[in-house]
Design a binder for this molecule. Structure first.
Ligand code: SAH
Ligand code: SF4
Ligand code: F3S
Length: 372
């Protein structure tokens, strides 16, 4: 990678953001120069998200435009589609976007790093999916690249076993894998030596973390490390959240009073169809306990409107939960059928206009109530 200029653009969740940092660190260590503009780059890598179709369409359109511009200017660049979309599209991505040289899934980034020199030299199309070569060396490379000099994301677990019926993530990121606590703690210590004091523990479901320690044990162990001034975690799943977690959050000064706890829908019928494994009553109890125990705590959530068969009544139930809990932040999404997911076998029967209207009602409410 000596003297190669690499441009990386990242879409999607914080996991992807961290993956891009780790990738950047590894490439830099191998002599590459990271650049902020695609024009000057030899290699253009898009680390992508597949969670909703809209995000995906945008990636193909931006990448396509760049490839076209580069071609008309006679510039020879290497193009890579990385991350969740790569795992979803696999070799079909080369058909959809013939300018692509590389297609590499999120669990194969290490294979890409090891082979990038050869790919640039040979210009053969390279597909990396399913090898699951995410090795410990990959993570420790992350310590070499973080734009933020105060804060770092630390991946503690990956993958998801929940199979919410609307979600593509388990099919792209694979089954849950937790890193040994020793590795996590030594990565954090390395980052502290570099001057970082704020940390976010990352995983698709952080509170499903399970290795030599449980999630709560890990949280306490990290909070005990000298030099950890601010500690948070995303994303928690309601089925694994508990009063014990909230107590630890309240007791420990260096744990941020911030919880992202998606509820998705206020209707038990829809929650069941979504395979979320909790009732809205249980969710509300948790949210109430959080408010009670973690005084002044920040609570954010995710909501999907327009899931197949969602009636006005179901939607009203969701709206009621928003009014009741008064989230500091709510991310509201319109249901989008995704490949492989169980819900995509159902008819996407809530009309577009209805989805849009429900989306707007919740968005307007959140805007008007936030900060009150
Ligand atoms: N692992 C995290 C985040 C998953 S993706 C979690 O479970 O909380 C982030 C959010 O995108 C989800 O919480 C959900 O609200 C939304 N989402 C996922 N799949 C979707 C789909 N097919 N259509 C619309 N929104 C979706
Ligand atoms: Fe998707 Fe559900 Fe897993 Fe979150 S918990 S990644 S929404 S399947
Ligand atoms: Fe998107 Fe993959 Fe994250 S689909 S939300 S980038 S795990």
């Amino acid at each position: 990678m000596k003297n190669k200029k690499v441009y990386i653009r990242t879409f999607g969740c914080q996991m992807n953001k961290r993956d891009s940092e780790v990738l950047s660190g590894a490439l830099k260590r191998r002599g590459a120069e990271l650049v902020d503009d695609w024009e000057s780059a030899d290699v253009i890598l898009f680390n992508t998200c597949a969670v909703r179709k809209h995000a995906e369409d945008r990636v193909f359109s931006i990448l396509g435009l760049i490839a076209k511009k580069a071609r008309t200017r006679g510039q020879d660049k290497v193009f890579g589609l990385l991350g969740c979309m790569a795992q979803e599209w696999r070799d079909k991505a080369f058909k959809k976007a013939p300018y692509l040289d590389i297609v590499c899934g999120p669990n194969d980034l290490y294979a890409l790093i090891e082979n990038l020199d050869d790919i640039i030299a040979s210009r053969k199309k390279a597909l990396f999916v399913d090898s699951n070569q995410r090795v410990d060396e990959f993570y420790s490379d992350g310590a070499y690249f973080s734009e933020d000099k105060e804060h770092a994301f630390v991946i503690i677990m990956e993958g998801c076993n929940n199979f919410c019926s609307y979600c593509i993530v388990p099919y792209l990121r694979g089954r849950e894998r937790s890193r040994p606590s020793e590795d996590i703690i030594s990565e954090i210590k390395l980052l502290i030596d570099k001057g970082i004091s704020k940390f976010t523990l990352l995983g698709q479901n952080v509170n499903s973390y399970s290795s030599d320690l449980s999630f709560l044990e890990l949280l306490k162990a990290v909070s005990d490390i000298k030099g950890v001034k601010d500690l948070s975690f995303v994303t928690a799943h309601p089925k694994d959240a508990s009063v014990e977690l909230f107590k630890i959050m309240a007791e420990r000064e260096n744990i941020k009073k911030y919880l992202h706890l998606p509820f998705q829908s206020g209707s038990n019928r829809i929650l069941k169809l979504m395979n979320r494994n909790y009732t809205i009553e249980h969710y509300k109890e948790l949210a109430m306990a959080y408010r009670e125990i973690v005084r002044g705590g920040y609570l954010s959530t995710d909501i999907i409107v327009g899931f197949p068969t969602e009636t006005d009544e179901d939607f009203q139930a969701t709206f009621e939960v928003m009014k009741e809990i008064k989230f500091e932040t709510a991310y509201i999404f319109k249901y989008s059928p995704r490949p492989f997911s169980k819900a995509s076998e159902r008819k996407d029967d809530v009309p577009k206009e209805v989805k849009e209207m429900r989306h707007k009602i919740l968005l307007d409410f959140q805007k008007s109530s936030a900060g009150q």
